[in-house]
Design a protein around this ligand. Structure first.
Ligand SMILES: [Zn+2]
Length: 179
């Protein structure tokens, strides 16, 4: 049994004194990747076409950007499977159209909708269902269970990033409700 490694959390923006040895400590933004202590000076969009940014070190920015390809380019196999589904029935076409035009009930951001799409969930999905889908897919694609499988590793990263978006959006909404 392998637990989900904490090192795969993308975490939240962190600020800390970076390398203060020998000179006045200088506040510098750290890489947003959980556990990384390098300066985060490479902005990376939290989702395609969104203004929100993570700030990663160079290495993690590159890794993260690779992960996002999953959102934009399905593998050939997945694309073929989707095409087959679309010729078989209208359901996925309807869904694709829904994603293209619909924005749910307007309470979710584009980034959240993209993230939900990764989990194959509709816009009105509740938090428990998101959690369950995340747990299942993270397990399926976990690097420990798929050694050497770079596609699974990329999916795993995309899954973690998507879940982070949904989680922080839910937290933000909860905050706003309190105010
Ligand atoms: Zn880093």
């Amino acid at each position: 049994m392998s637990r989900q490694g904490r090192s795969h959390d993308w975490g939240f923006p962190r600020w800390r004194d970076y390398d203060g040895a020998g000179r006045a400590p200088q506040a510098q933004r750290l890489c947003d990747r959980h556990g990384c202590t390098k300066p985060g000076n490479c902005p990376a969009p939290k989702a395609p076409n969104r203004p929100e940014r993570w700030y990663f070190c160079e290495a993690h920015a590159a890794e993260y950007n690779k992960g996002w390809n999953y959102f934009e380019q399905l593998t050939d196999e997945e694309a073929a499977a989707q095409e087959e589904q679309e010729t078989r029935g209208q359901r996925s076409y309807e869904r694709a159209r829904h994603w293209a035009w619909g924005e749910g009930d307007g309470s979710r951001t584009r980034a959240e909708l993209d993230a939900l799409r990764l989990f194959d969930l509709p816009p009105d999905t509740d938090e428990a269902a998101i959690k369950a889908a995340h747990r299942r897919m993270a397990k399926e694609n976990h690097p420990d269970l798929n050694p050497g499988n770079t596609e699974a590793a990329q999916r795993f990263q995309a899954i973690q990033a998507a879940y982070e978006i949904l989680k922080s959006a839910a937290e933000q909404r909860a905050q706003q409700q309190k105010v």
